[in-house]
Each structure stands twice: as C-alpha cells, then as structure tokens.
Ligand binder design. Structure first.
Ligand SMILES: C[S@@+](CC[C@H](N)C(=O)[O-])C[C@H]1O[C@@H](n2cnc3c(N)ncnc32)[C@H](O)[C@@H]1O
Length: 300
C-alpha cells in the first residue's frame, strides 16, 4: 500500500510529523488548484519549496487521485478535517486528470475500480451458466477486449467518447481508464432501467463518476447530433447495429474510431452492417479476431 493511501484521519491525528506535513502540503496544493488555470497549477506544484522537490509531479497527482478514490464524501470529510473547504474537492478531478497523463492505464488501476471489475466478472461468469435470462445477464466483454478498446480510445483523436450499451458498466470502466489517462470524459447509453441502475452503482463504487456520464435511454434517440465523436464503442442489441452505424459514422471526426463488438459471434445477423462497413468509402475497416470479434472502423 502506498504511504498516503492509509486512512487520512490516522495521518492527521496520529501520523508521524513528516506524514502530517505531507498531507497538509497536499491539501494546500489542492486549495491552490481552485480557480487556477491548469498550467498554473502544475507550475505551483513544481515550485513547492524543499523538502517537497523530491516528490516532483507524480506523487502529488497520486495523492489527489487516491483522495478521489476514497469516494467524494470521505474525501470531503478528510479535506474539511484538514481545515479546508470541502467544496475544493470538486476541483480535484481537473487537477487529477492533468497530472495523470503520465500514468499507465493497466498497471495503475485504482483498487476500487479493480474490485468492481472483479465483482462484475464473477457475476457475468455465473450468469452464463446458472440459467439467468438473457434480459438479466450482463453480457459483458472480456478483459482482453476491455484493454483493446481502452488502447484505441486513448489513441483516438480529440472528440466525444461514446458508448452504446452500458449494461452494468464493465466495458465503461475500461474506457474510463482511457479517459483518465487522456483527460477526457465518456457518455454511455443504456436503455433498460435495471441495467442503468447497475451502471450507476458501478460508477459510484469504482469512483469514476467524474469521467462517466450515464444516459438512461435509447441511444438512437438520445445521442446528440454533432460532428465531433472521436471514439465510439457499440455493444447493444444486434438488430440496431445498422442504424447505429449510420448514425455514428457521419459524426466521427477525421481519424475518429468506431468499434463494434460481436462481429464474429453474431456474423450472420450483422452481415449487412459488416459488408456496409468493409465497403464504405468513408472508413477503413477491419474485423479483428479477438474474443467475439471486433469491427474497427477509422473515419478518413
Ligand atoms: C451486450 S450488453 C452491453 C455490455 C457492456 N458493453 C459491457 O461489456 O459491460 C448490451 C446492452 O445494450 C443495451 N441496449 C440495447 N439497445 C440499446 C439502445 N438502443 N440504447 C441504449 N442501450 C441499449 C441493453 O439493454 C444491454 O444492457
């Protein structure tokens, strides 16, 4: 466990002098972040006087990220115990995101996110063998596909990050890692009440509500028009893939990426849409044979 990941109250009340001092500097840094422009925040962190030069940027950012992973309420209580205004925490995501660009996506997954991922993996596995109805199953992607879409989302050009088909939010968590690493946010669409509830639960438990917006509704009617989508992951009912493809491709920015799941497992149903994509003069497209098959399209 990292030193400042310990219970902050213990640090304030009974931590060593150096731990208390580190915590206070972190809290002061967070206050300085409020109302400052991003570059100014980093300059201020970088010019903190000794002995804090040894920390450089990353540990400060980690401290902020760890505070955030405690959950908003716990973090606010820690901040107010340190004598700061609890609302300062609302500014922390900006502070965290800027500094996180140097962090690896897969080797630095926060504990709360990992725990929820494991929980969902177990539920999904159980669903597939215990007779749970199709409507109630999570039907989520594999972790390999999670990594694949996270890499593509992180590499995709600027623009909105969109997901069609949240279920309980497992794939969204992988995309949230890409958003954290690149300072972006994702909007995910879920049509079913029960799944939308589960998705919200996931985003709260994993501490990613600052980078994930869940829209409860039909993506085909709720997705706002705009020619500014940098990345889209499509994983909904196969019958709507064709309509989603036609709705998304015109909205992709140049170089924008659309990934659609189940290109091999549901090849017969998806054949018209797959043929359309593979022959579409607006995109370069390829079916990647991992897991259930991922159709990847890049807008020219
Ligand atoms: C295969 S699951 C998604 C799994 C999720 N991507 C994951 O890997 O964790 C498909 C989900 O899409 C949702 N869905 C189907 N049609 C939709 C639509 N038109 N708009 C939004 N969500 C939709 C379903 O309710 C279902 O929860």
């Amino acid at each position: 466990m990292r030193p400042l990941q310990r219970d902050m109250r213990t640090i304030i009340r009974s931590g060593s002098l150096i731990d208390r001092f580190r915590f206070i500097v972190m809290a002061v840094t967070a206050i300085l972040a409020v109302g400052c422009k991003q570059s100014t925040i980093q300059e201020r962190i970088l010019t903190l006087p000794p002995p804090f030069t040894a920390y450089k940027v990353d540990p400060y950012i980690q401290v902020a990220a760890e505070l955030q992973s405690l959950g908003r309420e716990a973090a606010c209580s820690v901040m107010s115990q340190a004598g700061t205004n609890a609302t300062c925490f609302q500014e922390l995501p900006i502070f965290v995101l800027n500094g996180c660009t140097k962090r690896l996506m897969f080797q630095d997954i926060p504990e709360a996110m990992l725990a929820r991922m494991r929980e969902l993996e177990e539920i999904d596995l159980r669903d597939r063998s215990d007779g749970t109805s199709r409507l109630n199953r999570l039907r989520q992607i594999s972790s390999e596909v999670g990594r694949f879409i996270a890499l593509l989302a992180a590499a995709a050009p600027d623009g909105r990050r969109v997901e069609i088909g949240t279920s309980a939010g497992y794939s969204t968590l992988w995309l949230a890692l890409a958003c954290r690493a690149t300072g972006r946010k994702i909007t995910t669409f879920e049509i079913l009440d029960e799944k939308a509830k589960l998705g919200r639960l996931t985003f709260r438990a994993a501490g990613v509500s600052d980078v994930v917006e869940l829209v409860h509704g039909d993506a085909l009617t709720c997705l706002p028009e705009g020619h500014d989508i940098g990345f889209c992951f499509l994983d909904a009912e196969k019958e709507i893939y064709g309509c989603c493809y036609e709705a998304i491709v015109p909205q992709l920015v140049p170089g924008g990426i659309l990934v659609a799941d189940n290109a091999i497992s549901h090849e017969a149903t998806l054949r018209p849409m797959l043929d359309r994509a593979l022959q579409d003069v607006r995109v370069d497209a390829l079916i990647v044979p991992i897991a259930k098959g991922e159709l990847v399209c890049r807008r020219k």
